[in-house]
Design a protein around this ligand. Sequence first.
Ligand SMILES: [Zn+2]
Length: 414
Amino acid sequence: MGLKSLKLLVSIFAALILGLLAAPAFAKPAAQGLRVAEHEQRTRLVLDLSAKAAFATTVQADPPKVVVDFGDIDWAVPPAAFRRPTGLIRKVQFEPPARLILETARPAQVSKVFLIEPNEQFGWRFVIDLVAADASPPPPAASPAAKAKSAPTQAAPTQTPPPPAAAKTAPAPAPLTDRKPPAKKPVIAIDPGHGGADPGAIGASGAYEKNITLAMARDLKDKLEAQGRYTVVLTRDRDVFLRLRERSAKARAAGADLFISLHADALPNPAIQGLSVYTLSETASDSEAQLLAEKENKADLIAGIDLSHEAPEVANILIDLAQRETMNLSAVFAAGAVEELGRQVRLLSNSHRFAGFAVLKAPDVPSVLIEMGYLSNAQEERLLRGHDYRAKLATGLARAIDRYFEARRKTGAR
Ligand SMILES: [Zn+2]
């Protein structure tokens, strides 16, 4: 062995040792991303973590700040992650070795602080919700209809926020599985696409999309109500025209925890068939998805309503981080729906796609749009007109809904 190969060996060893030092086995949790969003009455900060982290929170009144001490953490959040004051949070600072300081505009309380377990899409997340110290606690939800979207800010009874007057260290909360979410049924909003003057797609033998979607919505409602675990609302239960934004507004007003918009497209090529699930994205996953979104978004033009003036608002919502968290949850539900529906019916290839559907733009309700199949395909049109096929779709969707809310319950979230 020459000197050259010895040098090579040494450098390989050195690389191996360095690699081991950097390997996850040794790694403490790293904070990799940070998002702050202002919700109705709370300011939510989310940290993306590479692993589970212990933490304790402290509230100080003068100057007002909330301090989060992590057991041990690496700070790898880009400085640009928090650029301007948002909600109650004026400034975010990391103080080595493991302290996160949130300077607040006024004295604040911690209304909720918890970790979210990793799922198919995301790793560990640390979430802290702040409310103004002088804010009165939101009233308890009386009925599903009265449920406000601020409900998630309500602190569990065991989690009294520390008084803002003096610095006080609160212990890290109990394991998430010990916490009981409110025993209230999740609200599912089902949105039968089109209606009234807008028939939607027209099938190979003349079926109207608006009728297929309404029939499916009713079947799914019956199925879910028979299970007794959900409160179900339909955005329309008859043949009426609704603006796209009215649909998501109705879902929000009902306090929906999940919004499912049902559609059935038609294409020039009658051979194409299969179901696909869409979620909102700033950029469409492909040109077909883009075209479909444009087509569905035209529903408002049919009734002569110009949506163009709403574009800047929609754009703002899109970049809002609250929307981003909702988009994450939508994607989680969509992934489960593709899997469960795939056991029941034929899927389009690449069955989870992304595009800018106006109907999915409620900033705080996880939402998906399901194209149940192609009415331009004679076989699928026949199937969608029949109760048996719709029963299969209802079964798949009900399982996907169960799966989604079970996972949500496990994290203590709703
Ligand atoms: Zn449609």
